[in-house]
Write a protein that binds this ligand. Structure first.
Ligand code: COA
Length: 299
């Protein structure tokens, strides 16, 4: 990535004080952007901003909760007032915890929907007047871009993650719908990133705490490899750059193929041995030997 990839641009990142959000913020800053971060905890914001400034990045933090419409409006307005424009909105704020569906209260479900899905829409809605073509501070030179941090949980199903799976499915729907409507009407590109397990993040420490003994052996999950926050930040930088100017409505999976992972049910050596034998038998019309599996009785 060139040092001027997002030079002169202004990015607002929710959840930008820690984890993946902070890494995206840092890399945007290192590649030329001015950055505003939004989060609920002042101490986290303060330390993130001072760390960004120590790298020479123009940074500011705003306290706010994406669940509150008035916070969303106040923070996007303040970002515009401070920097004079907004080019990039990254929705990285999220909530998560492990819980069996039967133990999750409707309010627990709603809380995560409110942060991840409603919060994402609320921020997009509040930022539209600044990032649209012809919007405040932009002139008619084109629209900005939005990036929604998603997940891969809902591509299949994930244990103890019904709330987050539902919330991220909604986030992906928001990404596509806004890409259609705002891409057409306002020249705004709206994309998503679906990270896999990323090391050294609040998400991973909540979903796979040290106390939990998870089997990541190659047999159990052949493609399992934790990614780095940097991997997600580079994807975000790419999507924000002009190199991605024709990409709209896409959620980019950045997980090393992990969501495709499944246990190997038979070894490669066994397949090599068996495959030709089975094929030969099937061509000869000979009956297959019993697999030892009992046949189901008729109902
Ligand atoms: N298991 C089951 N239910 C839980 C829970 C858990 N571990 N943690 C919270 N809940 C439920 C609460 O019981 C409550 O429901 P109830 O009113 O029916 O009892 C509901 O969720 C809201 O909890 P509350 O503590 O009031 O929410 P909050 O707004 O203070 O916190 C969370 C929001 C729960 C999402 C919190 O984990 C959070 O702030 N997360 C942000 C950081 C994070 O998760 N980062 C990782 C991102 S991948």
């Amino acid at each position: 990535m060139m040092a001027d990839t997002v030079k002169g641009k202004v990015a607002l990142i929710t959840g930008g004080g820690s984890g993946i959000g902070f890494e995206i913020t840092k890399e945007f800053g290192k590649h030329g952007a001015s950055v505003a971060i939004m989060g609920r905890r002042k101490s986290v914001l303060d330390s993130a901003v001072s760390s960004l400034r120590s790298l020479g990045i123009q940074a500011i933090g705003f306290e706010g909760d994406v669940r509150k419409k008035e916070d969303a409006t106040r923070v996007v307005d303040a970002t515009y007032q401070h920097f004079g424009r907004i080019d990039i909105l990254v929705n990285a704020a999220a909530g998560n915890f492990l819980v069996p569906a039967e133990d999750l209260s409707p309010n627990g479900f709603k809380t995560v929907m409110d942060i991840d899905s409603v919060g994402t829409f609320t921020m997009c809605h509040a930022a539209l007047k600044y990032i649209k073509k012809g919007g405040l501070g932009r002139g008619t030179s084109g629209g900005g871009t939005i990036m929604n941090i998603s997940a891969t949980l809902h591509y299949t199903a994930a244990w103890y993650q019904i709330h987050v799976s539902a919330a991220k499915a909604a986030v992906d729907a928001i990404t596509r719908s806004l890409a259609l409507e705002w891409g057409t009407d306002y020249d705004i590109r709206v994309n998503g990133i679906a990270p896999g397990p990323i090391g050294d993040t609040p998400g991973l420490s909540k979903l796979a705490p040290d106390e939990m003994k998870i089997n990541h052996s190659e047999d159990a999950r052949p493609l399992y490899k934790a990614g780095e926050k940097w991997d997600i930040a580079m994807a975000a930088l790419y999507l924000a750059s002009d190199a991605a100017k024709y990409i709209n409505g896409m959620t980019l999976v950045v997980d090393g193929g992990n969501w495709l992972s499944r246990p190997r049910h038979i070894s490669k050596e066994a397949v090599k041995e068996l495959s030709r034998v089975v094929e030969k038998r099937s061509r000869s019309g000979a009956p297959a030997p019993s697999s030892g599996v009992p046949t189901r009785s008729k109902m």
